[in-house]
Design a protein around this ligand. Structure first.
Ligand code: PXP
Length: 240
């Protein structure tokens, strides 16, 4: 069954706009779960621009589905993950000046460092997912780190300027899923997915979880969190 991880970072983005206590990411996670979220995803960024350390601690105690902690491959974040023990960690690249995560991780170029972190987290029973672009070499290198999961970056598919390019990007995703699963990797996907473009990705064989944030929180602002998540689950089944 394809599952949905709801990224609630933007709830914290709104709160941090005023450095106040509302809206509360904990309440958002509860409502997302009531709406059918299969997991809650948060990105603790080095600059703490949205999610704060206390959110991670509280969500660890309150999330009833699973907690996916997105983080950069730094010593600071590894220590936090070892302390919090999320249900899994997704390693992502991070640049201070970016608005959101831009490309995927360069596993090939940072192989030994990343493998060390994968082994360290996994030996503490924390499964690891690597957020990568859809490239054969990156998929192979991900398998070589012994990570259990990859998350394929769907940004190029989402940003495709026309239907022909979108179809081509979807085909790359399909091939990426196949290569990864033949290598024994479990496959998640995400970034830039919306109510309108999610269905073809949801239909790809072998994908286990979609991680979706911006479009769900945008709709939640208008219609409420529970309904926004329920509607995304419908969209993933082609029923919206
Ligand atoms: N997956 C990863 C690794 C991400 O960094 C993000 C953005 O935080 C997402 C998925 C969700 O992307 P979006 O907010 O565009 O749905």
């Amino acid at each position: 069954m394809l599952t949905l991880g709801v990224n609630i970072d933007h709830i914290a983005t709104i709160r941090q706009a005023r450095r106040t206590v509302e809206p509360d990411p904990i309440a958002a996670a509860v409502l997302a779960e009531l709406g059918g979220a299969n997991g809650i995803t948060i990105h603790l960024r080095e600059d703490r621009r949205h999610i704060q350390d206390i959110d991670v601690q509280l969500l660890r105690k309150t999330v009833r589905t699973h907690l996916n902690l997105e983080m950069a491959a730094t010593d600071e974040m590894v220590l936090i993950a070892l302390d919090i023990k999320p249900d899994y960690v997704t390693l992502v690249p991070e640049k201070r000046e970016e608005i959101t995560t831009e490309g995927g991780l360069d596993i090939v170029g940072n192989f030994y460092r990343l493998k060390e972190i994968v082994v360290c987290l996994q030996s503490a029973d924390i499964p690891v997912s690597l957020f990568i672009d859809v490239q054969e070499t990156q998929i192979q290198a991900s398998a070589d780190t012994q990570a259990q999961f990859i998350e394929l970056h769907t940004g190029k598919y989402a940003d495709a300027p026309n239907a022909i390019v979108r179809q081509k990007e979807l085909e790359f995703l399909r091939q990426g899923c196949e290569q990864a699963s033949n290598l024994g990797l479990r496959v998640n996907a995400g970034h830039g997915l919306t109510y309108k473009n999610v269905y073809p990705v949801a239909c790809l064989p072998r994908i286990e979880e979609l991680n979706i944030g911006h479009t769900i929180i945008s709709r939640a602002v208008l219609v409420g969190m529970e309904r926004a998540v329920r509607e995304m689950k419908l969209a993933m089944r082609g029923q919206l």
